[in-house]
Design a protein around this ligand. Structure first.
Ligand SMILES: [Zn+2]
Ligand SMILES: [Zn+2]
Length: 360
């Protein structure tokens, strides 16, 4: 930690409480005393370590995409598929939007994120700021929440287990490489310290001693109130979302309304022996159960009905209590909110699953 950081302010990314930067021992982390979110951690050799992990992740990513992912053999026929086969199959079956979604979240965004981090970290390890670092950093920040690698991995494992009943399925080298990439990518993210990275760029800030402050949403720099532009990552700085409660309420209501037709109208056609009939989500779950595929039925039920329903209930509860200014257990309610955020992405698991199954 250099001198620049010692006199720096840190604001909690979630509740905005202001702290002075303190040096902490290696591998320790500092958390907000009010909402318990992590503020920063001290990773020794953060940039070099992070670079090593991202290089590993990049190599695994190439292998995962070029080598066979799953291979299936039944009645003497062997089929191999690649990681992108699922997305291609969805597009072929007349669901190009879904195919693009699967492609972006499992291959496109992870590739862009890893490439972006390499672009930032290679020069940074030599003490230099990359060309276009501000632009690149902002994009990595926006894209990385959409890299649903863990969710894709779960979908793959379920597809793998389920297909065992029907045919001899064996994992290809691509699948092992994908698991390796998931680990290396997670480790790279954990090792990266934004503060150490941005200490490469010297910025002059207006200090407002004792005055109100504002935190850059992208890089975390604490600025004097009234600044509209972050000098460090060059993003536009704004206050907490204007009318965020109203917006959330409107979007939650829209989601609740759409949730009804999504469950009442047919969502897919299941063709069995040439005969197709339309299926709603629930009847799909029931026919999966009748077919003896209880595990798969539970996953679809959980990912497509229970998780969205729980999210709607929790969000409605949070909006109501915040609107009424209820002071009941703020820390637990924050936890509840974070839970909906984490769980949300896992609703994608059955889409990945459908993609993988139709890819074979
Ligand atoms: Zn906080
Ligand atoms: Zn910034």
């Amino acid at each position: 930690m250099n001198h620049n950081q010692t006199e720096q302010l840190v604001a909690c990314p979630e509740c905005d409480r202001l702290y002075r930067w303190l040096d902490i021992p290696p591998d320790a982390k500092a958390s907000c005393s009010r909402c318990r979110v992590e503020l920063y951690r001290h990773v020794p050799d953060s940039l070099t370590r992070s670079l090593a992990w991202y290089v590993t992740a990049f190599m695994f990513l190439c292998i995962a995409n070029l080598m066979p992912f799953l291979s299936m053999s039944a009645v003497g026929l062997e089929r191999r598929n690649l990681m992108m086969s699922g997305a291609l199959a969805l597009a072929e079956f007349g669901m190009p939007e879904l195919g693009v979604l699967v492609f972006c979240t499992s291959i496109g965004f992870p590739l862009l994120t890893i490439a972006g981090m390499l672009w930032l970290l290679i020069p940074a390890c030599f003490g230099r700021l990359a060309w276009g670092a501000e632009f690149c950093y902002r994009w990595v920040h926006h894209l990385s929440p959409w890299s649903l690698l863990g969710v894709f991995m779960l979908g793959t494992l379920i597809a793998f287990v389920k297909l065992q009943d029907l045919a001899a399925v064996s994992p290809g080298p691509g699948l092992f490489a994908f698991a390796g990439m998931l680990l290396a990518y997670t480790a790279g993210r954990a090792a990266f310290s934004p503060e150490v990275f941005w200490s490469l760029k010297k910025v002059s800030r207006r200090r407002s001693v004792g005055g109100p402050h504002i935190r850059c949403h992208i890089c975390g720099l604490v600025l004097a109130h009234g600044d509209h532009h972050c000098p460090r990552c060059e993003s536009r700085v704004h206050h907490r979302e204007q009318g965020s409660l109203e917006k959330t309420a409107a979007l939650t209501l829209a989601a609740a309304i759409m949730f009804i037709p999504a469950n009442l109208f047919p969502i897919m056609m299941v063709s069995k022996l040439g005969q197709g009939h339309p299926d709603t989500i629930l009847s799909g779950v029931i026919s999966l159960m009748q077919g003896g595929m209880f595990g798969l039925a539970l996953i679809v039920l959980f990912a497509s009905i229970i998780v969205p329903l729980l999210k709607l209930v929790v969000l409605t509860f949070l909006i109501y209590t915040v609107h009424k200014g209820v002071r009941w257990r703020p820390r637990d309610r924050t936890l509840l909110y974070r839970l909906t955020e984490v769980v949300g992405a896992w609703s994608m698991v059955d889409i990945f699953l459908v993609g993988l199954l139709s890819g074979l």
